[in-house]
Design a protein around this ligand. Structure first.
Ligand SMILES: Cc1cc2nc3c(=O)[nH]c(=O)nc-3n(C[C@H](O)[C@H](O)[C@H](O)COP(=O)(O)O)c2cc1C
Length: 383
């Protein structure tokens, strides 16, 4: 039977109550602190509890990107998952989501070359696969927009430390009560920087061939499975083969990314989350990679994202092109987006860009969007 938005689905042995997923959204709502190195600016707080529990009618929630290591850090007031205190602070979030019958995965994030050395005074450097500088602008620890810096290629030791940081992040996410983790391998962040030809010029076993470019990702997956906090079927993966964000895009992405999916089949991961839509920017260097390209090679659950309207999401599900639909921007302004889509209720006006990831504005544009009230709307019609 063709899937609908309201159809149940199983991921990692857990039943999702519908097919609608909250896409990962960095919202910078951790506390602003005077000292930028104060741990408080990387801890979720009561606003996060409210924000995620408001959105629990979705079949699955994916958290905002959560930074796993010191070198991976580069976004002020976005959370981290590096020590026990971080796990403790996330506990009320997962508890509140579970109490509302929701499921939540933590997205594990390392910024790679998209950070700035001011975040790393101990080493005064930024790292990536290779010394390929990003175009555009970087942000310093005090929020100043500056020319991006040239990253230092990671040493083998730093690669091993990074794998350990992702494994530690998954371990702490489990302690925090998350149902699983999603590896942020999209949008030009560290794992993507290793995957793509544009940013990976290495000549060792982490660069060159497609096998080599995906070695870091594979070793992170294997490390998490070996550590044992989450089995393979609770580890999701996000890819952005078409994206331009972070100055990305390579002429072999249409070959590389289906290859990555095929190679990962053997692990039996939770899902593959693909940003195939072009509405977050398209690099135009090779044909766009579609959900169908992944359907042909990927054996597990597929999640689709970018620019989906309700009708497009319905069509993708009915045609079997995807199993799950992830929604980002419309979910910002509609905490009950899943109920609204399933019941054909109208949406709130779009969120103001100024509130997307602005630190220090608290609940404004974060937890203050109204839920739809069918009774009220019926009363209005009767007037
Ligand atoms: C405010 C904002 C924050 C985002 N933060 C993240 C993030 O932390 N991790 C990630 O993988 N993608 C992030 N994205 C991308 C979204 O998950 C999503 O792919 C994008 O918004 C396109 O989907 P949409 O058209 O449904 O909004 C962010 C997007 C926005 C608008």
């Amino acid at each position: 039977m063709a899937a609908e938005l309201s159809s149940k689905f199983t991921v990692g042995g857990q039943e999702l109550k519908n097919r609608i997923v909250l896409a990962p959204l960095t919202r910078s709502r951790c506390e602003v602190t005077e000292d930028p190195f104060d741990i408080k600016n990387s801890l979720p707080n009561e606003l996060h509890v409210e924000y995620y529990s408001q959105r629990a009618s979705g079949g699955l929630l994916i958290s905002e990107g959560v930074q796993v290591s010191e070198l991976g850090w580069g976004w002020m007031c976005a959370p981290k998952i590096m020590e026990e205190a971080h796990a403790e602070a996330w506990k009320p979030v997962t508890k509140a989501v579970h109490e509302k019958g929701g499921l939540i995965y933590m997205q594990l994030w390392h910024l790679g070359r998209q950070t700035h050395s001011s975040f790393h005074p101990a080493t005064n450097k930024i790292v990536s696969a290779s010394d390929v500088k990003m175009a555009g602008e970087a942000k310093t620890i005090t929020g100043e927009k500056v020319e991006p810096e040239t990253p230092v290629p990671m040493t083998k030791e730093e690669i091993q430390d990074t794998i350990a940081a992702f494994v530690n992040g998954a371990r702490l996410a489990k302690i925090a009560g998350f149902d699983g983790v999603e590896l942020h391998s999209a949008n030009g962040y560290l794992i993507d920087q290793f995957l793509q030809k544009r940013t990976n010029k290495r000549t060792d076993e982490y660069g060159g061939s497609m096998e080599n470019r995906m070695r870091l990702l594979k070793e992170i997956v294997e490390g998490i499975i070996a550590e044992g906090s989450f089995p393979a079927n609770r580890i999701g993966l996000r890819l952005s083969p078409n994206g331009v964000f972070g100055d990305m895009g390579s002429d072999d992405n249409n070959v590389m990314f289906p290859f990555v999916a095929k190679e990962l089949n053997k692990y039996g991961l939770a899902y593959l989350h693909v940003m195939d839509g072009l509405g977050f920017g398209f690099h135009n260097l090779c044909p766009p990679v579609t959900m169908y390209d992944f359907r042909k090679v990927w054996d597990g659950p597929l999640m689709c994202n970018v620019g989906l309207t309700k009708d497009e999401a319905k069509g993708m599900l009915r045609s079997g092109t995807t199993d799950l639909v992830a929604v980002g921007r419309p979910y910002i302004a509609n905490p009950d987006l899943a109920d609204r889509w399933i019941n054909d209720w109208p949406l709130n006006p779009d969120a103001d860009y100024a509130t997307w990831w602005q630190a220090g504005i608290g609940a404004k544009g974060y937890t203050d969007y109204p839920f739809y009230e069918p009774e009220k709307s019926a009363e209005k019609k009767d007037e």
